[in-house]
Structure formats: C-alpha cells, structure tokens
Design a protein around this ligand. Structure first.
Ligand SMILES: *[C@@H]1O[C@H](CO)[C@@H](O)[C@H](O)[C@H]1NC(C)=O
Ligand SMILES: *[C@@H]1O[C@H](CO)[C@@H](O)[C@H](O)[C@H]1NC(C)=O
Length: 253
C-alpha cells in the first residue's frame, strides 16, 4: 500500500508564457510519479530555488524537479508520469528518498454530461468516460464514443499513456480497448486521432512479446488488466471481442 500525501506549495512561478504554474509536492513511500532527467544536477537550498533554477535553465522544458532535502541535490525533469516499467532511466530511482515536484499540465475542457469526468495522474489530465458495460467489438466502442462527442482514448504521449494505464487499473481493472489499431495496414498502428504510433512509444507501450498479431488477425490494442494483471502495457487482440472501453472528449470528433 502506498501512502500519498499531497502538500500544496503556495507559490507561483512565472513561466516564459507568464502563466502561473503550480507546483505540488508528492511524498510517497514508493515512486508514485517519475520523470526523465533533462541534464546535470546542482545544489539548491530548497525545492523552490531548485525549481526557479530549473525554469531559468530549461524554460518550458522544465516541468518537474527531483529534490533531495538532505543533500540539496536538485535534478531538472520533464513532464511527470506514473511509473512505466520499461523506462529504466526514470527518476527518482526506486528506493531513493528524493522527492518529485511537478507542474500541472494544461487541463482540457470537460463537458461532464454522459458521465464524463476529469482524471489526473501525476499532473496529466484527461476528460474521460470509463465504460460500465462492454461494447460488442472495437468498432462498436468507437461508435459509442463518437455518439458522445468523444473518441476512444488516444494515449499518444508517455504521460497520457501512463495516465490511461493507472486510471483504468484503479477504476476499472478489466480488459479495455484503447484507441489504437492496425486494421488498414498490418503492423502500422494508428491512434484514433490519425497519428501513427511513434517509434519511441513503441519501445515501452507493449507488454513483453507483443504485438504478436496472433492468428494473423489481432489488430486492436487492449489493456489486459484482467488477463495479465499488473503487466504494464498493452496487447494486440482481435477487434471482434466484447470489451470495456474509455472515451475521451475531443474538440472535433
Ligand atoms: C455538453 O454535452 C451535451 C451532450 O453532448 C450537450 O448537449 C451540451 O450542449 C454540452 N454542453 C456544453 C456547455 O457544451
Ligand atoms: C460490431 O458490433 C456491432 C454492434 O453489435 C455490429 O453491428 C457489427 O456487425 C460488429 N462488427 C464486427 C466487425 O463484428
């Protein structure tokens, strides 16, 4: 069991865009949130000075800092994400007493009709409807989402993909479609917004041994919380199975 204590630090940082950026201190017995280090570390007096220095050196690329209260070691970081198994270079390292402080990412508009709500993992937000019953197949799930001014979830960044994994694990814990498929061209996985799956994401998004295109017709991506509990990543499966799904609000869909 992980104890997470959220302490709001009431200070404001003026970013390059002059937006007020809010920082949160995550204190956990495990590594609830992690990030990727942007460059060399330095010594700072407090998390606040660590953050200011990070902002002045890295501008908008600084979206988090990892700070050690005993040594004052300050490490600049990118956007925070829920831990991703295959990313072995993330900080803070497991077992370390360093703490992560991160900037909240922009909050998308969220029309809460049809049971949509905002979900947040490590400062990355999405406006989602978590299904409470199964769709008949992938195209049925796609249709249901489109009828609610939304689309199947697009996990096209590291932070969004990890927010999807942890949100579905926490609130659903069942096998669930995600908006990614290679129906048109075998092996060319495409997100529901038309974006191809990047080579970078390909490295960490699949569970071991996947995608396998088993039986030659596995073209739809699913997160198998029930079939492979605790396995971080997705699997390719036939598009004709009944499964749960997650719809994400979008502006033009
Ligand atoms: C929210 O969505 C519902 C259903 O799609 C729609 O009828 C309503 O006008 C929307 N509200 C706003 C403020 O956009
Ligand atoms: C998917 O499910 C819908 C709704 O039940 C059905 O009309 C459609 O034929 C199914 N498509 C496939 C490819 O199985």
């Amino acid at each position: 069991m992980t104890l997470t204590l959220w302490i709001f630090l009431a200070f404001e940082v003026l970013g390059a865009s002059s937006e007020v950026r809010q920082f949160f201190l995550t204190q956990a017995s495990g590594q609830d949130c992690q990030t990727l280090q942007l460059g060399e570390s330095w010594i700072s007096q407090s998390p606040i000075t660590c953050q200011r220095e990070c902002m002045s050196r890295y501008s908008e690329n600084c979206q988090s800092v990892v700070y050690n209260g005993q040594t004052g070691n300050c490490r600049p970081g990118s956007i925070a994400f829920g831990p991703i198994e295959k990313v072995t270079t993330s900080i803070p390292e497991s077992g370390s007493s360093d703490k992560l402080y991160y900037v909240r990412q922009p909050i998308p508009p969220c029309n809460t009709s049809n049971n949509f709500a905002l979900y947040d993992v490590c400062g990355t937000f999405a406006c989602l409807c978590l299904s409470t019953s199964e769709a008949d197949n992938y195209s049925h799930a796609r249709l249901i989402c489109s009828q609610m001014n939304s689309r199947l979830f697009v996990g096209n960044t590291m932070a969004k993909f990890s927010m999807f994994w942890y949100t579905t694990k926490t609130y659903m814990n069942v096998n669930t479609y995600i908006g990614l498929q290679d129906i048109d061209v075998e092996g060319n996985f495409v997100w529901e917004n038309g974006e191809p799956l990047s080579d970078e994401q390909y490295q960490y998004i699949w569970i071991p041994g996947q995608p396998s295109n088993g039986a030659g017709n596995q073209n739809c991506a699913v997160i198998q919380h029930a079939m492979y509990p605790g396995n971080f990543g997705i699997d390719d499966d036939q598009c004709y199975w009944k499964k749960y799904y997650v719809c994400e609000r979008c502006e033009q869909c």
